[in-house]
Structures are given as C-alpha cells and as structure tokens.
Design a protein around this ligand. Structure first.
Ligand SMILES: C[S@@+](CC[C@H](N)C(=O)[O-])C[C@H]1O[C@@H](n2cnc3c(N)ncnc32)[C@H](O)[C@@H]1O
Length: 187
C-alpha cells in the first residue's frame, strides 16, 4: 500500500464479525499467563487451582500492612492499548491479529472500549489479516527484536506511535486509536 493510500469509509452494510465468548480463551494461553505471574510471586504468593476454582494463596505469613498486591491494567503481548493507561485483552479472534507494516485492516475505536478492524483494501482469500500495531500502541514493549511481516516497506522495529507518529498519521488517517489522534507529539 503506498503511503498516501486513501482509506475507505466504513460501509453500513458490512456484516460485523465478532465473538464474545470469553470461554474460548485457549487453555495454553491462560496457563502460560498464570505460570509467568507465579514466577513473579515466587515465595510470596501463588495462583493455584483448588477444585474447579482458581485462587490466590499466601506462601508465607504476613503482618498487617505487610502485603500489598497491586492491580492494574493487564498488559500482555495479547492486549491492545485504548488509552494512556488503559490496555484491554481483546476477545477472539482479534487477539490473534499479527502486526504488518502494510496491513489489511485498520483499527477503529468501538463502543466496547476496544476496536473494530476494518478492511483497508481488497483482501485475497487465504491472506493473513493484520493491522499496524503502531496505530494503537503508544510505546510497544516486549515485541520481538525484528518485525517479521516481510513486506518491502517494513519498518523493521515496532516501537509504537511514539516513534512513528508522522508515518502513521499520513498513512492511516482516521484509522488510528482515538486517544493517539488527540496527541500532538514531535512533528
Ligand atoms: C497479539 S499477539 C498476535 C498473535 C501471536 N502471533 C500468537 O501466536 O499468539 C502479538 C504477538 O505476536 C507476535 N507478532 C505479531 N506480529 C509480528 C510481526 N510482524 N513480527 C514479529 N512478531 C510478531 C509478537 O510476539 C507479538 O508480541
């Protein structure tokens, strides 16, 4: 897609694809997240399955005020950023959208505090569906060292909107997360 591509308007007759059943979360993903959390809590607390329920257990004794487990946005490689301090875990299938520097989809803020992904161009049968992570993430963390999208215009490193504001604004127009559109950065 050339950098000056004019992105289409959303058509009202487009069938919306969405799946809201959170129970479709693959077990391996969930268990991977728990294993990582338990590594972090080592010696202090542990998430354990008790019968059919998951629970949080103290691995040592504490005096009042001694234990402060902080909660916050659940930011993982499968969350998407919807605000300065807000990251949400998307339902399936969107959670598995990979990044591409010439993507087939654009991100559009929706009423569920997440995004709709809209076709930016013709998409061939069998083509991978992708979007540009720099259109939603302010600062990308823990992305692999190199982008593997393989297109000629690949930016190689995916650091977030912070490092690619000018390119992203010119290329995607309105298909940029609302909280980013309202920012004025370097250029
Ligand atoms: C939202 S997940 C996408 C689904 C992921 N491929 C999976 O198997 O679960 C985001 C992660 O996918 C990988 N990924 C996505 N796009 C990529 C790209 N263009 N180059 C390298 N890794 C990518 C990175 O590890 C990234 O943190």
């Amino acid at each position: 897609m050339p950098s000056t591509t004019v992105v289409p308007e959303i058509k009202t007759n487009v069938i919306k694809e969405s799946m809201n059943d959170q129970n479709l979360l693959p077990n391996e993903l969930f268990e991977g997240e728990i294993a990582r959390a338990n590594e972090f809590g080592e010696g202090r607390w542990e998430i354990r399955q008790q019968g059919s329920e998951w629970a949080l257990l103290a691995l040592k004794s504490y005096v009042p005020g001694d234990l402060n487990i902080s909660s916050g946005p659940n930011r993982t490689s499968h969350t998407i950023q919807t605000g300065d301090e807000k990251h949400v875990i998307m339902n399936l299938p969107c959670r598995f959208l990979n990044h591409c520097c010439e993507p087939s989809l654009g991100a559009w803020d929706n009423d569920c505090e997440a995004f709709d992904f809209i076709a930016l161009r013709h998409i061939q049968k069998g083509e991978e569906l992708t979007f540009d992570y720099d259109t939603t993430e302010f600062k990308v963390e823990n992305f692999p060292e190199k982008c593997l999208c393989g297109v000629n215009s690949c930016r190689r490193t995916i650091d977030g909107y912070l490092g690619s504001e000018e390119i992203v604004r010119e290329k995607y127009g309105k298909y940029i997360a609302r909280y980013l559109k309202s920012k004025k950065l370097a250029y």
